[in-house]
Design a protein around this ligand. Structure first.
Ligand code: FAD
Length: 359
């Protein structure tokens, strides 16, 4: 059985950060990734100033992601709007660009990336591939994202009305400007930001019941566009042939402090933060670097997992509270009233951000 010193399963932000950090620490790593070309994963693509600093420590210039800054947050509920400056400039980037740059950097540092390889199951410390081959690693890093891999299920509670991710890209309304928008709607929220190609990335997390009530994703977008003048403007350029992506059952709030078979769980395989905080990629990068540090120091996966869970606890709790508030009409009104209060947006940002390990 093939056995590289470090075997990374999945090449999203968590796996890529681990690969780069391992290479920076002189550890030879092999990565298995299902996609041949990095797909444009469904994501808001908002990167906070802290995530941008983490990206830079991994060797990627933030301006290579998107030369333009996001400087404000705009909260919209129906026809009411509140704005606040962000504590520091952020950027929005498509995942195709972010993931491609991260993997190119890993490859440049000598990481062996095997693309187009589907992992069928993780059984103990043995990884079974689509073609039946088996391999393992001295260290195994699991970074396959929010959904379960066979043999490695999570204890996420089934939800009566699970959250879906839905994303469409449209020509940007000039009214978006340099803001990240959060439109709170019945059953979820819609995030809007202008990405590096000038398009508006409109990405939402919304209860499945809303999709069922509308009938299909296009009908849901059209229904949402009737709920506020701002959403009507953002969806104004919605073309019936626009590509609409969807992902099912996002297990928000799930977090593990334990692991089995000495597998290091990274990114969404370690903790899934409610996405309206725009911090999932931050968590993914932090977990990858922390796991690389643990592998380099010979620390057991269980110790890493407990330490990462402690570090992720506050951001997950704070993002969960904000999400919970946003879910009710009274809570949404409270968030609207609180947004312009000086210092509050900064406090919310601080509470929902993970502390990154220093390199
Ligand atoms: C609606 C929504 C909006 C979001 N918006 C933001 C945002 O604005 N900002 C932010 O920071 N975060 C956001 N997030 C969260 C963010 O997308 C995730 O937290 C982040 O992608 C986690 O990174 P990861 O590397 O753990 O997993 P992923 O990005 O999911 O990467 C997993 C990788 O593993 C590969 N893989 C999976 N299964 C297999 C297999 N069986 N075999 C081989 N390869 C496999 C996949 O191809 C993929 O490349 C959002 C999430 C949602 C749902």
């Amino acid at each position: 059985m093939r056995r590289p010193p470090a075997l990374i399963l999945g090449g999203g932000p968590a796996g890529a950060a681990a690969a780069i950090a391992l290479a920076q620490r002189g550890i030879r790593a092999t990565m298995l990734e299902r996609a041949r070309e990095m797909p444009d994963a469904l994501c808001g693509g908002f990167l906070s100033w802290q995530t941008l600093a983490a990206v830079e420590r991994l060797g990627i210039a933030p301006e290579a992601l998107n030369p333009n800054f996001i400087t404000r947050v705009r909260l919209c509920v129906g026809d009411r709007v509140a704005e606040a400056p962000l504590p520091a400039p952020a950027r929005a980037v498509s995942r195709a660009r972010l993931d491609t740059l991260l993997l190119e950097r890993a490859e440049g540092l000598g990481v062996g990336i095997e693309r187009g390889v589907t992992i069928r199951a993780l059984e103990g410390r043995s990884v079974r591939l689509g073609d039946g081959a088996e391999l393992t690693g001295d260290a195994l890093l699991l970074a396959t994202g929010k959904h379960d891999l066979r043999g490695s299920p999570r204890d996420a509670m089934p939800h009566a009305d699970p959250i879906l991710g839905i994303r469409v890209r449209l020509p940007a309304s000039p009214a978006i400007g340099d803001a990240v928008e959060l439109h709170l709607v019945d059953g979820g929220y819609i995030g809007v930001a202008v990405q590096e190609d000038g398009s508006a990335n409109i990405c939402m997390a919304i209860a499945r019941s809303r999709l069922q009530a509308a009938g299909d994703p296009l009908a849901l977008l059209r229904a949402l566009a009737t709920e506020s003048p701002m959403l009507a403007d953002r969806f104004d350029r919605l073309d019936p042939s626009a590509r609409i992506d969807a992902v099912a059952n996002v297990p928000y709030g799930w977090r593990t402090s334990t692991t089995v078979d000495d597998v290091y769980r990274l990114g969404d395989q370690a903790a899934v933060i409610p996405s309206l905080a725009g911090e999932g990629i931050g968590l993914a990068l932090a977990s990858g670097v922390m796991a690389a540090d643990a592998v380099a120091a010979g620390r057991a996966a269980a110790d890493y997992q407990a330490a990462f869970a402690r570090r992720a606890a506050r951001p997950l709790a704070a993002a969960g509270l904000i999400r919970h508030a946003a879910d009710s009409a009274a809570g949404a009104r409270l968030l609207l009233a609180a947004t312009p209060i000086p210092g509050l947006a900064r406090l919310a940002a601080r509470l929902t951000r993970i502390t990154h390990p220093s390199h």
